[in-house]
Design a protein around this ligand. Structure first.
Ligand SMILES: Nc1nc2c(ncn2[C@@H]2O[C@H](COP(=O)(O)OP(=O)(O)OP(=O)(O)O)[C@@H](O)[C@H]2O)c(=O)[nH]1
Length: 495
């Protein structure tokens, strides 16, 4: 059922948020209770957002309608009480369904319960009226064609389209940003439908591991974002290569992204200049993306969050985000993933001192790597030290206490046990309802990050401010003017 639903979702029209509630509700009407006779009038008009099978029409891959008109059109069709082709009884039936808080839903034959949005329709409409992004979604014809190509390619799991999409979201050009935001908005729409379906499964949305022909395969109801950090030399790249291949052999598609603030300074890149991960990057089921070599940490992390969305749109099941253990990058990565993993070399004491305490506190999972050969006793010792240390920390979520695994990336031992623990985390978050809650909070924080970065950028570029910034900084640094007073003067100039 999950497979079928994700296929349907893949082909779904990218409905926009303004009409999403109503149209999604329509789209989710049960196959069992939504009879052929009731569905018939809607079949005549695909723009209502419901196909003959009770799902959204398959416009997504074929055509990408201009956003504002679609948004308006769909909203009208989904909510209007004067739809001409509906009889009065059908309209009543339809509006009754739209206002029911939970319902039985089927994408195939098994009904499942869907939690409808909490807001009543009227409140939702007012909220949508007050906040509308339609005007930002207008694109020139050429850009529209560009967007369509990228969108289709990404959904069709074309790696080069994904790479171009990520390059686009990394672009600093204002006109590129507009297209990038459109692309993200469309992909997010497709993902939103998939997430809604998974959420509708409630505590049944868990990973499944099956044994077939002596080989295990894992199925995940929704992509799993795993952050990975650790001190230099801990074995991050070696681990990603081995673990990535392990996941691919489990039937999963794996994407690897990187956040590397040091590359902004040095021009290097933690993945880009490496010839490591060769096997993984050559595998068709994997995508390895070097970190952007330009940009501030803020910019790089924002771009990575966007890249994650595109990777999910492109059907990757596990997205690994690597970061080096320096600066603020761990905090940034921890705020864009489901599971934040710390990888450490064997030994404690000196090695552990190299790791900031803060990173350990962020970790949901610790991997002691290099548990092989002569290093095995040291790895065991490190594991027990981490186990004791982590006990003293407050758990980050109610349903999970951080776990410690021991493995060898070089010998590929202990990977299955580590993956089992990661899946336990995934399932605990799904069952406890924290999985999607955490993601929605992450998205909210990301919006505010965009806002604060944007304000600072505009502030610094303001002619009245930019003219005096250097002087203000100099006087503050020399202790001639109080920092607060200087800030007041700068802010006064920003009108
Ligand atoms: N014995 C042993 N050595 C390992 C293992 N994993 C990695 N190494 C070695 O540790 C060294 C560092 O590994 P990398 O994968 O480059 O480590 P990294 O954390 O990516 O390093 P940076 O790029 O410096 O941050 C290499 O020489 C690896 O061969 C392991 O499981 N066992």
């Amino acid at each position: 059922m999950l497979l079928a639903s994700s296929k349907l979702a893949c082909a779904a029209t990218p409905l926009l948020r303004a009409q999403r509630t109503a149209s999604t509700r329509l789209a989710l009407l049960t196959a069992s209770s939504w009879t052929r006779a009731q569905a018939a009038p809607l079949q005549n008009d695909q723009r209502r957002g419901v196909s003959s099978s009770g799902t959204r029409p398959c416009l997504g891959l074929g055509s990408l309608p201009s956003a504002p008109s679609t948004r308006a059109g769909l909203h009208q069709h989904a909510t209007s009480s004067s739809t001409p082709s509906m009889s009065a009884t059908e309209r009543e039936e339809c509006s009754a369904r739209l206002s029911v808080p939970t319902r039985s839903v089927s994408t195939q034959s098994t009904p499942v319960t869907v939690q409808a949005p909490v807001q009543p329709q009227a409140a939702k409409k007012t909220e949508n009226d007050a906040f509308n992004v339609d005007h930002l979604l207008h694109l020139k014809e050429a850009d529209q064609a560009w967007l369509q190509k990228l969108y289709d390619g990404i959904l069709q799991q074309d790696r080069s389209a994904l790479a171009r999409g990520i390059t686009l979201v990394e672009s600093w050009r204002r006109d590129h940003r507009r297209v990038a935001q459109n692309l993200l908005d469309r992909i997010l729409d497709v993902l939103h439908d998939r997430w809604s379906h998974v959420q509708s499964l409630g505590s049944r949305a868990v990973s499944t591991v099956t044994l077939k022909n002596n080989q295990t395969t894992t199925t995940l109801p929704t992509p799993f974002r795993i952050g990975l950090s650790g001190p230099p030399g801990a074995g991050k790249s070696t681990f990603i290569e081995t673990f990535g291949m392990f996941l691919v052999n489990q039937g999963l598609r794996v994407a690897v992204l990187a956040v590397d603030p040091s590359s902004s300074v040095s021009g290097g890149s933690i993945l880009g200049d490496k010839t490591r991960m060769t096997e993984l990057s050559r595998n068709d089921a994997a995508y390895v993306r070097p970190s952007p070599s330009r940009g501030s940490l803020g910019g790089v992390t924002r771009n990575t969050s966007d890249a994650i969305v595109l990777c999910e749109g492109s059907g990757y099941d596990v997205i690994i985000i690597e970061t080096v253990g320096v600066g603020q990058s761990e905090t940034a990565v921890a705020d864009m993933v489901d599971l934040f993993t710390l990888i450490v070399p064997p030994g404690g004491g000196d090695e552990l001192q190299g790791i900031k305490k803060g990173i350990v506190e962020l970790a949901d999972f610790v991997i002691v790597n290099k548990a092989d050969g002569d290093l095995l006793p040291a790895a065991r010792k490190a594991k027990s030290e981490y186990t004791s240390a982590m006990k003293l920390l407050r758990p980050r979520t109610a349903s999970w206490t951080p776990e410690i695994a021991m493995l060898s990336s070089l010998d590929s031992t202990g990977l299955a046990d580590a993956w089992k623990l990661m899946l336990q985390f995934y399932d605990s978050q799904m069952k406890g309802g924290e999985f999607f809650l955490k993601r929605s909070q992450q998205r909210k924080r990301l919006m505010w990050k965009h806002v604060s970065d944007g304000i600072l950028e505009r502030f610094q570029a303001h002619p009245e401010v930019s003219r005096v910034i250097a002087g203000a900084e100099q006087q503050v640094m020399q202790g001639l003017v109080a920092p607060g007073l200087a800030a007041d003067e700068l802010l006064d100039r920003f009108r």
